[in-house]
Design a protein around this ligand. Structure first.
Ligand code: NAD
Ligand code: DAU
Length: 332
């Protein structure tokens, strides 16, 4: 039994990870979460009280972080400002949480000699062209494009420096785009599913040709557990499930699965600095740790996700109108 401190556990991927840990291990979980607009406490309902507790607080609060890290065997750091579009309109919270918050956590982990796993993103590597035969690997140079991805890159580099300079017992993972239940309606897939449910036409940025490499959140969780159990200290592991799709393909699938004509979408103003394509080569993770994704059929995973949003309207409805109002202001 290990005591895990999971930051950002009331957000999308963190909540899926908490549920995965409680279902597949006998570990105890403490979640530290600030409950920003992106959090939803409903995502953590019904968890076993003897193995789970929730702490409302900020990862930039050094005193609180020190106390919680002292009581943990492993810190798994998901907390972040995570949405690119928001980072283009108000970058400051991204610097505070993603950079200063990560610094605050690794300083505490260094003091207490605590094992640390840092959750990051493939966006630190920038973009690929549509016809590039190469995919991102652990050796790809960092080249982030947005305020969000540059703060994530900064946080990765801080963790690497703390490993080298202070012997921090840390690993890092950089994952591709996640989908699945409990994802905020500001993000691409839930936005379009809930738009169609509400009779609103899906919105594609630019020409819809940008490619993302989709992975189910449960596969991300199993990869993180494998890295915590067997990953080598100081190493980075890329997580991906060979799920490349253009945004247009994804919207057409959503429309088809919800019984609409596949061209019932609108093209809207593009995101500034919009990365064209991400693609992950996860050979290192698969060869070293024997990890394999279980959700290799994207269409089936998307169908499950659509069913989840249809069946859990009480989870997403309170955020929907304000999210769409924000996008309307931005012309998106
Ligand atoms: P999210 O926005 O859904 O959730 C983030 C959570 O962090 C929220 O619960 C929020 O309240 C919490 N939080 C924010 N600031 C905090 C602070 N200062 N102190 C404590 N808690 C705070 O994000 P997500 O999509 O679940 O992403 C989680 C992590 O995974 C992030 O580090 C992100 O960079 C990374 N990641 C996301 C994806 C993806 O596709 N969503 C892919 C790869 C990596
Ligand atoms: O690659 C990993 C990253 O994936 C994570 O680090 C981020 O936290 C996560 O938000 C996600 O970033 P993206 O910017 O790729 O995700 P988003 O859901 O915002 O958009 C996915 C794609 O869809 C992107 O090309 C922009 C496009 N898009 C998005 C929205 C919201 C649209 O075409 N229309 C939309 O309405």
């Amino acid at each position: 039994m290990q005591r895990l401190l999971i930051t950002g556990g009331a957000g999308f991927i963190g909540a899926n990870f908490v549920r995965h840990v409680l279902a597949h291990t006998d570990d105890h979980v403490t979640v530290l979460d600030k409950l920003t607009y992106a959090a939803n406490l409903k995502s953590l309902e019904g968890l076993p009280e003897d193995r789970f507790n929730f702490v409302h607080g900020d990862i930039c609060d050094a005193g609180l972080v020190d106390t919680l890290v002292a009581g943990a065997d492993v810190v798994v750091h998901y907390a972040a400002e995570s949405h690119n579009d928001n980072s283009l309109h108000d970058p400051r919270p991204f610097l505070d949480t993603n950079v200063v918050g990560t610094y605050t956590l690794i300083e505490a982990a260094r003091r207490h000699g605590t094992r640390f796993h840092h959750i990051s993103t493939d966006e630190v590597y920038g973009e690929l062209s549509l016809d590039d035969p190469e995919r991102f690997t652990e050796d790809t140079p960092y080249c982030p494009s947005s305020p969000y991805s540059s703060t994530k890159a900064a946080s990765d580099l801080l963790v690497r420096a703390w490993v080298r300079s202070f012997g921090l017992r840390a690993t890092i993972s950089n994952c591709s785009n996640n989908y699945g239940p409990y994802q905020h309606v500001e993000k691409f897939i839930p936005r379009q599913i809930t738009n169609v449910i509400d009779g609103i036409r899906p919105k594609l940025y630019g020409r819809g040709e940008n490619v993302r490499d989709w992975i189910h959140a449960n596969d991300h969780s199993s990869a993180v557990l494998a890295i915590i159990a067997g990953g080598r200290i100081g190493e980075t592991y890329l997580i991906g499930a060979d799920g490349e799709r253009s945004n247009k393909d994804v919207v057409e699938l959503i429309l088809k699965q919800l019984g609409q004509t596949p061209d019932a979408y609108d093209l809207v103003v593009d995101r500034a600095g919009h990365d064209l394509r991400y693609a992950i080569d996860s050979t290192k993770l698969r060869d070293e740790l024997g990890w394999e994704p279980l959700f290799s059929n994207f269409e089936a995973g998307l169908e499950d996700t659509i069913a989840w949003y249809r069946n859990n309207e009480d989870w997403w409805r309170p955020q929907k109108a304000a999210t769409e109002a924000r996008y309307t202001e931005q012309g998106q």
